[in-house]
Design a protein around this ligand. Structure first.
Ligand SMILES: *Cc1c(COP(=O)(O)O)cnc(C)c1O
Length: 402
């Protein structure tokens, strides 16, 4: 099967689960603990030898397994393990692969929380990270040492929207016997990293996948061996660090997942419309769907085209003061909310330098091109994007950035 025959939304559509009374949605397991008729089965279940039996909800629950299966189907991996948040999926996975003395090569433009974890937290455990420009493969390869265990990147990076060449990075990882871990939070459905050779695909479900900004969630998609290791009661990082998802949330995220394909198409077409308008108005606009984007051709090559270039775009309005003035005005006119996060039906905007990427020291922000006047937009599901554009343009003229 060529990578372009992979149909992630079909895989979600084709899953079929029924509830206890023939309900069209699976029943939610509203229990933290489970009874056993025999004490022997309880022991076997604890040791992981009694398939289909549940013991305790930090270990696994039917609802969490349904959601995990659906996400594994979406990414085309053997299986998956859901977590209470994106960080609750990312941090145990990294810790499962690395121990004291090991080394990580990471993209320097990644989510602020992941950056802080690798920069400030894992060194306490003797794990060091080199941060590199992930778009420069020679630089990535040069950073690999005999101690390196993983390469970490985001498909579409936060907040600069750089595009990682997953196929090339997977080849590099294979050559050096490393694991390629990819955070696909910004580009669900649009990019299928496992089909391009990534070993592990991570998501914050909090963003596009759930899409209603009402819950946190995360997932690790990978092979059975990895997921079993993460869940091992004796030394599994997901099991022991305890960021397990609650069943009620797993059930609600599964329901939202079913409309992800429609939402991504709308986020993408709205974002492309605005990006083209902003760019032709003369604003410094970054969007992977624009020909001016350095990763445009690469993204076209590796994407599932029907879902578009995603819902995230940035503009640079010159200074933090202007950015703040514009965001406050846009919020006042109900064009969106001044809020972090992404994937909501309303447009969300924030200045990453002073919010979601503030963990990155200022001089490093400058080096990677993260400027003060940068505004990150998560474009909403607006039914009338032309009206939105006209009102945004009005705001931009009023604050003097156009
Ligand atoms: C939000 C986000 C995370 C962290 O997820 P949480 O659900 O907030 O823990 C990780 N990576 C990316 C790219 C994100 O946007």
């Amino acid at each position: 099967m060529s990578k372009h025959d992979f149909k992630p939304a079909n895989n979600i559509q084709d899953l079929q689960y029924f509830g206890e009374f023939g309900g069209v949605n699976p029943s939610i397991s509203d229990s933290s603990t489970y009874t056993f008729l025999s004490a022997k089965t309880m022991f076997d279940t604890f040791e992981g030898n009694a398939d289909g039996c549940y013991l305790y909800s930090r270990h696994s629950t039917p609802s969490n397994l349904y959601l995990g299966e659906a996400l594994a189907a979406m990414e085309g991996t053997e299986t998956a393990n859901v977590a209470a948040s994106g960080m609750g999926a990312i941090t145990p996975t990294i810790l499962q692969f690395c121990q004291a003395g090991d080394h990580i090569v990471s993209s320097r433009t990644i989510y602020g929380g992941t950056y802080a974890f690798l920069k400030n937290f894992t060194p306490r455990l003797g794990i060091e990270t080199s941060f590199v420009d992930i778009t420069k493969l020679d630089v990535v390869e040069a950073a690999i040492t005999p101690e390196t265990k993983i390469i970490f990147c985001e498909c579409v990076s936060n907040p600069l929207l750089e595009i990682a060449d997953i196929e090339a990075l997977a080849k590099l990882a294979k050559k050096h016997k490393l694991q390629l871990l990819v955070d696909n939070t910004f580009s669900p459905l649009s990019i299928s990293p496992a089909k391009l050779g990534a070993d592990v695909v991570l998501h914050s479900l909090t963003k596009f996948i759930n899409g209603s900004s009402d819950t946190m969630g995360g997932v690790v998609c990978g092979n059975q061996e990895l997921i079993d290791t993460l869940r091992n009661v004796n030394d599994g990082a997901s099991m022991l660090l305890g960021a397990s998802m609650d069943s009620l949330r797993a059930a609600s995220i599964l329901k939202n997942l079913r409309t992800l394909h429609i939402r991504m198409q709308q986020h993408s077409s709205n974002a492309l419309y605005l990006a083209e308008k902003f760019e032709s108005d003369g604003l410094r606009t970054v969007y992977p769907g624009l020909k001016s984007h350095p990763g445009h051709e690469l993204m076209k090559r590796q994407m599932n085209p029907q879902y578009g270039f995603g819902g995230m775009l940035t503009i640079d309005v010159g200074s933090l003061d202007k950015a703040n003035e514009l965001m406050e005005l846009m919020q006042e006119r109900n064009l969106g909310y001044l809020a972090v996060s992404l994937g909501f039906y309303k447009t969300l905007f924030s200045a990453p330098g002073s919010s979601t990427s503030s963990e990155i020291p200022e001089e490093e922000q400058a080096q990677m091109g993260l400027t003060d006047g940068l505004i990150r937009f998560s474009i909403g599901l607006d039914a009338d994007i032309e009206r939105t554009y006209n009102s945004m343009k009005q705001c931009m003229q009023e604050v003097g950035v156009l």
